[in-house]
Design a protein. Structure first.
Length: 133
């Protein structure tokens, strides 16, 4: 894994949270998009090399909606940049980690993504991200 790619924060209201984080970081939201595969709308902010991804559920049955119902707003996941997502997925499987998907899928910010089950990582949902060339 190369570096922390971003930290994902689940929110009830993306517009309101975007305003809050713009004030907090003194940086504008630079990108919003819907990610159908995850049932979310996202907003990205960047301060130096660090990115924050705000996540709002698009439906009541999306994973983020379930997270919000169970835990409320807060840190949802930590994402790590990888060079070869398929090789990293295989490495993690070989190490005994439980992956939430068998193949990488299209995520936000022009990335291929895969998630590691929180039960495999001390309660933290981990996302692997590979930039699409």
């Amino acid at each position: 894994m190369n570096k922390i790619e971003h930290i994902g924060i689940a929110v009830h209201d993306l517009k309101s949270a975007g305003i809050t984080y713009e004030k907090l970081l003194n940086m504008p939201v630079y990108k919003t998009e819907e990610v159908a595969s995850e049932g979310v709308k996202t907003a990205f902010l960047q301060a130096g090399p660090n990115k924050i991804e705000l996540l709002e559920a698009l439906s009541d049955d999306s994973p983020v909606a379930k997270f919000l119902a169970k835990k409320g707003e807060g840190i949802h996941h930590i994402a790590f940049e990888v060079t070869d997502i398929k090789a990293e997925m295989q490495r993690l499987k070989n190490e005994g980690f439980i992956l939430l998907n068998d193949e990488p899928k299209l995520g936000a910010d022009n990335k291929l993504v895969c998630f590691v089950h929180p039960k495999s990582a001390n309660g933290v949902l981990v996302e692997l991200c590979q930039s699409i060339s």
